[in-house]
Write a protein that binds this ligand. Structure first.
Ligand code: G3P
Length: 225
């Protein structure tokens, strides 16, 4: 399962890249608006930092297919041909996915709440389908089960599309999906930090150090004893 940052703050992205095995960055129009700068300035800095090979997923904003298609071309022109175009799976969005796949764009079908949206997007050639786990949970439906079902639908129909699960509220949800072997999870920075924020681990490591220093002296370690 690829681990992707759902965010657009460059400092936060840099910090997470220093510590974690990150495969790329996704964002949506709301996340970009929070940066309060020109969206392309933000995105070009992210692209420069992560390089041409890590995944960058950028969403179109309009509601009609023709304008979404033009947005996709502008995104590709400014951020590179490897940039995944995130297209919400509305009726208009379905048409855009078909148009973009004909031209070889990498496409992430997003705002997925139902199996049917995912199935249709995958059949139209989308590379990823992004179900919104937490938002599906909030509708009274099990988001994790939906994501697993979508993964199964793809495999059982020999569709190359991968699940890119989004909208997590805790690390357990991400681990459930890793266990199932879905393609990728895009996770907000605070939830990624939570992957290793375990008090018991910190306690165990501090006891190791205390015991060692009690015998070898304060500040002792395997470099200076
Ligand atoms: O990018 C879409 C998805 O990540 C939304 O997440 O946390 O706003 O439900 P959230």
């Amino acid at each position: 399962m690829k681990l992707i940052i759902d965010g657009a703050n460059l400092n936060v992205i840099k910090e997470l890249y220093r510590y974690f095995p990150i495969d790329g960055v996704t964002c949506n129009p709301t996340i970009l608006a929070h940066e309060k700068r020109n969206p392309y300035d933000v995105l070009m800095e992210i692209r420069d930092f992560i390089g041409p090979n890590d995944e960058l997923h950028v969403q179109v904003v309009s509601g009609d297919a023709d304008t979404m298609y033009e947005e996709a071309h502008m995104i590709r022109k400014r951020l590179g041909a490897g940039t995944y175009i995130k297209v919400p799976v509305t009726r208009e969005g379905m048409r855009v996915i078909k148009m973009l796949k004909k031209e070889g764009f990498p496409v992430t079908a997003t705002a997925i709440y139902t199996h049917m949206q995912a199935f249709l997007a995958a059949k139209a050639g989308a590379d990823y389908a992004a179900p919104y786990i937490n938002r599906i949970d909030n509708l009274g439906v099990d988001g994790i089960r939906e994501a697993r079902d979508i993964h199964d639908i793809f495999r059982n129909n020999h569709l190359a599309c991968e699940v890119l699960a989004a909208s997590f509220k805790n690390v357990q949800q991400a681990l459930e999906l890793a266990k199932y072997g879905i393609g990728a999870a895009t996770i907000s920075p605070d939830v990624i930090e939570g992957l290793v924020r375990i008090d018991a681990v910190d306690h165990a490591v501090s006891v190791f150090r205390k015991d060692f220093e009690a015998f070898c002296g304060e500040g002792a370690n395997m470099k200076n004893v």
